[in-house]
Design a protein around this ligand. Sequence first.
Ligand SMILES: [Mg+2]
Length: 226
Amino acid sequence: MKKKLTLIVFAFALVVPVGAQSGPAESPGHVQEPENHAIVVARLMRYHDSGEYEWGIREVANAARDYLRERAKTHYEEERAAAVFDIDETALSNWQAMADCGFCAYSIEAKLYSIAHDPAITPVLELYNEARSNAVATFFLTGRPESQRELTIANLKEAGYKDWNGLIMRPDGDKSPARVFKPQERRKIEDRGYHIILSIGDQASDLAGCCAERTFKLPNPFYLVQ
Ligand SMILES: [Mg+2]
């Protein structure tokens, strides 16, 4: 008897349309639409607030630190070892401005909020200090324009970064994509006699192309720089 009942329920499930179980059928003219912006923002906030973002940064920075320690012992004597750091969402965090404006573009954040007092991303500051203490030269390579040089220097110092060998910024008005600008600048560092053992950034475009022995990609689902 029980088996017969199961078969009846199963057959009924096959003939009842899904829409009939969950309310009225969709009206004609219904279209698929992208996920609502508010839902995406809420998901990104959870990713940050749960600690997952910070955990991911720590994992990547620790891997970079281990590589740096190992590599600093064995780098070629005729070339000086160097490490290249991106700035935004790598050396410094814009989290507060990003969250406040619902993940708007960096150019909008810069207009709406002070970007002069961004805090350090601690695991990256530790990596930076590890490089200095291993006699590895340190370079910042950023898409920020030259017009923000003084502000950026003050912010880096305030956040705890010291004694870098170079701060390379984009010429004012330069519109070349980061994936073009940054490899060109790394090539120039190497042309000066440095050997880049690692490059770290939060965008794929920070790390594409010439020149680094090893690249380390930090998580950043909040914006995209091509
Ligand atoms: Mg960045």
